[in-house]
Design a binder for this molecule. Structure first.
Ligand SMILES: [Zn+2]
Length: 135
């Protein structure tokens, strides 16, 4: 099953960062062994996990990866520490830049109050035009 790693939300990513890892196998079939707060051991791969959370999630229409799977994905570099894929991180940065430019332009043209210097604005706009080609 192919997971939508980009849909990992920030709270789950934060919980994944705090998982107690017993061991990680980063070979051809990556897996992770984790210890729960009650001492129970959970075994996860990028596709499934033995924990109750995952097995409850699995019954939903849009199942999500549990924190153990997310932790494994982070360890393998599939997700960054915020739970985002490289592509989602890029899209988020792009949207942040777009919003910032729009805000600067609005302040400049409507309120006649520059938020940043012309040189800084030109730099951001240049970055924006480069990123646009990568969408
Ligand atoms: Zn799990």
């Amino acid at each position: 099953m192919e997971w939508k790693w980009g849909s990992t939300d920030a709270p789950r990513a934060a919980r994944a960062g705090k998982v107690k890892v017993v061991s990680i196998n980063d070979g051809a079939k990556p897996s992770i062994e984790c210890e729960g707060s009650d001492g129970a051991r959970y075994y996860a791969t990028l596709e499934s996990c033995t924990c109750p959370d995952f097995n409850i999630n699995l019954k939903k229409a849009n199942p999500t990866a549990c924190k153990h799977m997310v932790r494994l994905a982070m360890s393998l570099g599939v997700l960054n520490q915020d739970g985002l894929t490289e592509r989602d991180k890029f899209l988020k940065d792009y949207q942040d830049l777009e919003s910032r430019l729009a805000k600067c332009a609005w302040y400049y043209y409507v309120l006649r109050t520059p938020l940043i210097s012309d040189a800084e604005y030109d730099g951001l706009k240049k970055q924006y035009m480069i990123w646009r080609t990568k969408l």
